[in-house]
Ligand binder design. Sequence first.
Ligand SMILES: C[S@@+](CC[C@H](N)C(=O)[O-])C[C@H]1O[C@@H](n2cnc3c(N)ncnc32)[C@H](O)[C@@H]1O
Length: 270
Amino acid sequence: MAAKLGSDRVAFVKGQIQDLALDVAALNGYLAQHPISTAEDLLALRAWQDRQRQTAPLIKDNSVDLVVSNCVLNLVHDSDKEQLIREIFRVVKPGGRVAISDIISDEAVPAHLKQDPQLWSGCISGALQEHEFLEAFRAAGFIAISYDKWENQPWQVVEGIEFRAVTITAVKPAGSVCLDKGHAVIYRGPYSEVYDDEGHVYYRGQRMAVCERNYQLLTGNAYGDDFIGIAPAQAQAGKPWDCATGTLRAVAATKGAVHEDQCHPGGGCC
Ligand SMILES: C[S@@+](CC[C@H](N)C(=O)[O-])C[C@H]1O[C@@H](n2cnc3c(N)ncnc32)[C@H](O)[C@@H]1O
């Protein structure tokens, strides 16, 4: 394949999307050496798998810039879907992105359709419902989750339920330490207010107090051009963030003055 592509920067590896730490080629090697015929063999296999995931993961934590997937998530059993999205989150670098195309349903898929193996392999039964698909990525910790593409025309209609192709994009946030250093952002609009995926509200046109980490997220690539960033006029050492969502930043704090009491519980202005 490298010769065909004219480059060896491409590596094909074998794994399951819900278990990206386990190298399936290595697993095949183990099974060739240790065929399973007893319960003890099976327990030894499980112990070997655990060791492999720890010591020689197929895809390491925080190692991937961009995960692209087309029509695979719906094929994973419902009980493994949460783990599958956690795995995607695990391998993406902080600040890295995902672009996931899949089939979604407009209504919940009933049990009798889920039990139909042909509909499973046909990318129908395992489809998440349209809001669940986004929520699963939010629950895993992604932010800036959006429907990038939405086919108006359903791909298939089964018992009145529309199954359509969509693509979502999302970002893994960088940084977890939230220090108040006096930053503010202004949401440009067009909506009167918006909430981010971590539950913070931004009122259109207001100087909203944000910690340095959220300032970087909101003014970086994840949210395009939706926010105007206003850095503190005077560099501040920073203290752990303890403002309620909806706290406004005093104008003076962003143009020279430093206020002692920068936020009020309940979201008022300083
Ligand atoms: C509908 S095809 C899509 C293939 C390809 N992504 C494309 O766009 O043409 C689904 C593929 O996912 C693979 N697959 C199914 N379950 C998987 C899993 N748990 N982990 C990784 N791949 C899986 C199948 O073997 C099949 O190749």
